[in-house]
Design a protein around this ligand. Structure first.
Ligand SMILES: O=C1O[C@H](COP(=O)(O)O)[C@@H](O)[C@H](O)[C@H]1O
Length: 249
């Protein structure tokens, strides 16, 4: 499907969450290897979330013995829960513990957002991450979407989704626990060649449909890759899409 307001937007409809995580893992591995053959470094912005975690498990399995060169990867995060470094709720910990089974990425290439250690607040830590990020452009950005329509930690009808020129912001009073978070903003998420949304389950159906329809109150409607935006959906997450999306993709 060619979106009127995006360079290239495509829906990939799959059966269930298991198929979404399998297909994304296989496609991501293939795309990373392809990108590595033409450029020295590949910058990937990772997401948290259950579907993404299942995908990281599968990616680790597939990467074992593959042509993936972990030394050419730069990993970033779209958002992080501002909790202590060892808290299992941390998006980065969830991703890295899964990937590190088979993919060894140097810590210098693993750009995690700060953890709550009592020294800095989420706003100061966000400024720190903004400096680390500089003007990095992501080759691929992965995003989940919440049932309330949040992407990364940009929540609808909340200060986190107010227009900003900042690349990274601290979030307090998040509607979803934990209350303190750090997140990339729309301007920095949009510094992506490809954006891949992952959504599974009936609880996401309404938010997926409204975001794809461009509801301006939903942060995801403003996030697009400058080359492609892909939506990987299972049947339940795609259930509320309007009729024009009903053709096979
Ligand atoms: O809190 C978060 O939730 C969203 C969606 O997660 P899911 O488990 O409902 O798919 C995720 O995209 C975000 O990174 C995370 O911080």
């Amino acid at each position: 499907m060619q979106g009127s307001d995006s360079v290239y937007r495509r829906l990939i409809r799959l059966h269930d969450a298991d198929e979404v995580s399998s297909v994304v893992a296989a496609r991501l591995l293939a795309r990373l290897i392809e990108l590595q053959s033409t450029q020295p470094l590949v910058h990937v912005c990772l997401t948290g979330g259950d579907t993404a975690n299942a995908m990281y498990e599968k990616l680790a399995d597939l990467a074992h013995g593959s042509d993936l060169d972990a030394s050419k990867l730069q990993l970033w995060w779209g958002d992080e829960r501002f909790v202590p470094a060892t808290d299992p709720a941390r998006n980065s910990l969830q991703a890295i513990t899964r990937l590190a089974r088979t993919v060894s990425i140097k810590s210098a290439d693993t750009h995690m957002m700060a953890a709550a250690d009592g020294r800095k607040d989420p706003h100061e830590s966000a400024a720190e991450y903004e400096a680390e990020l500089g003007n990095t452009t992501f080759d691929i950005t992965l995003l989940g979407i919440g049932g309330d329509g949040h992407v990364a930690s940009l929540f609808p009808n909340h200060p986190s989704s107010e227009p900003t020129t900042r690349a990274v912001i601290g979030v307090t009073d998040s509607p979803k626990a934990p209350p303190e978070r750090i997140t990339l903003t729309a301007p920095s998420l949009n510094r992506s060649h490809e954006v891949w949304f992952l959504a599974t389950g009936a609880s996401k159906a309404e938010a997926v449909a409204a975001t794809l329809e461009g509801d301006p109150s939903l942060p995801g409607s403003a996030i697009k890759g400058d080359v492609a935006t892909l939506w990987f959906l299972d049947r339940k997450a795609a259930a509320e899409l309007p009729a024009q999306y009903s053709c096979p993709f």
